[in-house]
Design a protein around this ligand. Structure first.
Ligand code: PLP
Length: 303
């Protein structure tokens, strides 16, 4: 899909003699942001094939995925049900307000119950409440997410030594690895603390997709040092980086995913991680809808 690939150059890239590019997946769609559209594509096709008229999915109250599914339902003619972790608050935060405005029905589960959301009991209960829905897992990651994300390769006219992506569930990374071309190494930047489980999770996804994870081992790597304390955790340095990046390149980054990845790329660069002459492509996976809710919670930090 035709989105711009923008070159990012500054003192640092010049000093270390690397070329850095940012693929603006955030511009794929005004609401179905970046990798969420990639992951939904084949799920929407499958839901239609199965004759389903309702999508049901799960997420936190600020979830990019909930936001995207609500918009996708409206655009492609599905009823949507969002199962939200935790209690209901009024007024709705900007993410959930948008979802409701798109026609999504919200249903809240306590945190305890949310933990067992895929158990037969809870699923049975949801089926009794909402009928015969098409289930999209939390974050949109399932086997049909992989071929959608793998299509990112089709857009690339050049070879990059490194492809960088933020990592939540690992679906986007697994999709990229599943079709990885030999010359490129894929770097994933987990945004959660304790992301060690991601290794097995991603290997499982690859195996189920028919890719031998052992053969692909040298093609990807998780860089675990840039989660800033955990999911939606941050410090002033990250916020300053995001605001400075916007000022310099007129490209907004979100504080949950893309900001952490870009910060990580520059930090690795400063340590000489990338050989001189390297070509790096970072994926701007979107998530910009989350800035409004983030600022509301933590006080207008991201400009
Ligand atoms: C959901 C999301 C991710 C994480 O993608 P996974 O496939 O779950 O690893 C990365 N970036 C943004 C902006 C997201 O919204």
């Amino acid at each position: 899909m035709p989105v711009p690939i923008e070159k990012i150059s500054n003192e640092m890239t010049l000093t270390h003699r690397v070329e850095l590019f940012l693929k603006r997946e955030d511009l794929l769609h005004p609401y179905i942001s970046g990798n969420k559209l990639r992951k939904l594509k084949y799920n929407l096709i499958r839901a239609k094939e199965e004759g389903k008229d309702t999508l049901l999915t799960f997420g936190g109250a600020y979830s990019n995925h909930i936001f995207a599914v609500a918009a996708a339902g409206k655009e492609y003619g599905f009823y949507t049900i969002g199962i939200i972790r935790g209690e209901a608050y009024q007024p709705l935060n900007p993410t959930l307000q948008f979802a409701v405005d798109q026609g999504m029905h919200l249903h809240y589960l306590s945190r305890e119950k949310y933990r067992t959301k895929y158990s037969p009991e809870v699923l049975h209960e949801l089926q009794k409440l909402f009928g015969n829905f098409y289930l999209v897992p939390e974050g949109g990651t399932n086997m049909l997410a992989l071929p959608g994300c793998a299509e990112i390769w089709e857009d690339l006219q050049e070879t990059y030594d490194f492809i960088c992506t933020p990592v939540g569930t690992g679906g986007t990374l697994a999709g990229l690895v599943s079709q990885a071309s030999k010359g490129s190494k894929i770097l994933g930047f987990p945004v959660l603390k304790g992301g060690e489980y991601l290794l097995t999770e991603i290997e499982d996804l690859l195996r189920k997709d028919g890719t031998d994870p052992v053969q692909m081992q040298s093609q990807w790597q998780l860089i675990a040092d840039y989660h800033f304390g955990g999911y939606a955790k941050f410090n002033q340095e990250l916020i300053d980086f995001i605001n400075q990046f916007k000022k310099e390149y007129n490209i907004p980054l979100d504080p949950i995913y893309t900001g952490k990845m870009m910060y990580g790329i520059f930090d690795l660069m400063s340590q000489g991680f990338f050989q001189p002459g390297s070509k790096i492509l970072a994926l701007h996976t979107g998530g910009l809808q989350g800035i409004a809710g983030f600022n509301q919670r933590f006080g207008a930090l991201v400009r």
